[in-house]
Design a protein around this ligand. Structure first.
Ligand code: NDP
Ligand code: 2IT
Length: 449
């Protein structure tokens, strides 16, 4: 192991001992880039790793709001402005009870590399709150968003920091956040948030972009080994924004999706998941995946009982984890392999544990790494920003064709970097190396900041 990298791994662990997710994300990157550090000793002289693993700024704040019973509620808000090296801070907001500083920092760190891979001028950030939108009325969500933005607005701006959605934050939340920002600033700054509704400045195809992009990446990765999606069986964890549009595109590519999930369990429908039913349950009713049985009583529901998600016990050709971090463990990876999985694509951020990643790589199962494979969402956010700046709209087809080309370029960057540094077929290393090189060179160019 390269001495600079091993020193940095120890330092990261020491300085962030109570942040396991952040240490995990850093370890994945540092383990990947050894061959680059070996031949670029100047990176150590410029303290590239010390600087890249330390956020430029962390903001935390109190969010007080009043629930429908008139009771005062208090949550914690975050914005991690990790890197402005190659553009304004950019990354989503997550509203979920599990949100803490470790999760925010891992997501912000991942975002720097992901955004670099898109080839577009966007830095890396993440934010959110431990607020749980589940079971809250629209009015409660609105009051929470207004209070959250009343603090956040002073830290963001269309050339400063541009938040978007993530878990628990979709078009509804972005709308409430945008309305409050505009009211405080008394100016329509369209590019301050992305993932906006189409009716007031959003981009066509942004909603679909992460899931569609994942399938474009998967198509390219399969093609590299002479395969296609046509006729393949697919399982997709989650049933939110990423999962739904991954499912839609998988069908368009001729695959058959047989299972989806939420945090309570998964449904298996051997006839192929009825995506209209899923959209009705999740996008309209905000219900549970179990409700699928009301539409299709012949399908099977498997409740989640232990640590591992039951969806990974279902036989599949292609597994697409699209729910959350560390949702696919070594144990699940082994079961997937026994059942004959031929490829895995990470739609969520860091969904496979480090042990699961190693297992897939060591067993020759191609893995599409999150920071490359799910970058279509943020790339299309950048396209939304450029439309806002131009005060112009692209058609759905125009945006989708840009997205497709970006995903092809990202796959090629990962493949080329892996080939160049002696780890052909390891797209995890390829993605980390390609992004790291670009960021390290930008850091040197900009001096000691
Ligand atoms: P949504 O809120 O739309 O959906 C999240 C889905 O994941 C739900 O089905 C949810 O189930 C499930 N889920 C969330 N947390 C957990 C958990 N702790 N355990 C099990 N299941 C869970 O979010 P998105 O679809 O937007 O995001 C999904 C993933 O994709 C996240 O990792 C996100 O960071 C990543 N991502 C999102 C992008 C985007 O553009 N939206 C872009 C790139 C990555 P339940 O309803 O039961 O909570
Ligand atoms: O993880 C991600 O890339 C996102 N949640 C999307 C970020 C964005 O700014 O569109």
């Amino acid at each position: 192991m390269n001495s600079y990298i091993s020193r940095m791994l120890d330092l990261t662990q020491q300085r962030n001992a109570n942040e396991p997710e952040f240490c995990q994300a850093v370890k994945e990157v540092l383990d990947s880039i050894a061959p680059v550090i070996d031949v670029h000793s100047e990176y150590e002289d410029f303290a590239i790793l010390e600087r890249m693993t330390e956020p430029e700024r962390i903001v935390t704040f109190r969010v007080s709001w009043i629930d429908d019973n008139g009771k005062i509620q208090v949550n914690r808000g975050y914005r991690i402005q990790f890197s402005s090296l190659i553009g304004p801070y950019k990354g989503g907001l997550r509203f979920h009870p599990s949100v803490n500083q470790s999760i925010m920092k891992f997501l912000g760190f991942e975002q720097i590399f992901k955004n670099a891979l898109t080839g577009l001028p966007i830095g890396g950030a993440k934010g959110g709150s431990d607020f749980d939108p589940k079971g809250k009325s629209d009015n409660e969500v609105m009051r929470f968003c207004q209070s959250f933005m009343t603090e956040l607005y002073r830290h963001i701006g269309q050339d400063v920091d541009v938040p978007a959605g993530d878990i628990g934050v979709g078009a509804r939340e972005v709308g409430y956040l945008f309305g409050q920002y505009k009211r405080i600033k008394n100016a329509y700054e369209g590019g301050v948030l992305t993932g906006k509704d189409i009716c007031y400045g959003g981009s066509l195809a942004r909603k679909e972009a992460t899931g569609y992009g994942l399938l474009y990446y998967m198509r390219e990765m399969l093609a590299a080994s002479g395969q296609t999606l046509d006729g393949k069986i697919v399982t997709i964890s989650g049933s939110g924004n990423v999962a739904i549009y991954a499912c839609e595109k998988a069908y368009k590519f001729g695959a058959k999706v047989v299972a989806m999930s939420d945090s309570n369990g998964c449904i298996y429908d051997e006839n192929g998941i009825d995506l209209d039913a899923i959209k009705q349950i999740k996008e309209v009713e905000r219900g549970r995946i179990k409700d699928y049985l009301k539409f299709h009583p012949e399908a099977q529901y498997i409740e989640k009982t232990g640590e591992d998600s039951p969806i990974w016990t279902i036989k599949t050709d292609i597994a697409l984890p699209c729910a959350t971090q560390n949702e696919l463990t070594l144990n699940s990876a082994k079961i997937l392999k026994e059942n004959g999985v031929i490829a895995v694509g990470e739609g969520a951020n860091m969904p496979c544990t480090l042990e699961a990643i190693d297992f897939f790589v060591n067993n020759g199962i191609p893995l599409a790494p999150a920071k490359a494979a799910n970058a279509g969402g943020v790339a299309t956010s950048a396209i939304e920003m450029s439309q806002n700046s131009m005060r112009y709209y692209y058609t759905f087809e125009e945006v989708e064709s840009k997205l497709e080309q970006i995903m092809i370029n990202i796959f090629n960057s990962c493949k080329d970097a892996a080939d160049m540094y002696g780890c052909s077929g390891n797209y995890v290393k390829g993605a980390n190396i390609a992004a790291f090189r670009k960021l390290a060179d930008a850091m040197i160019a900009q001096g000691i900041v």
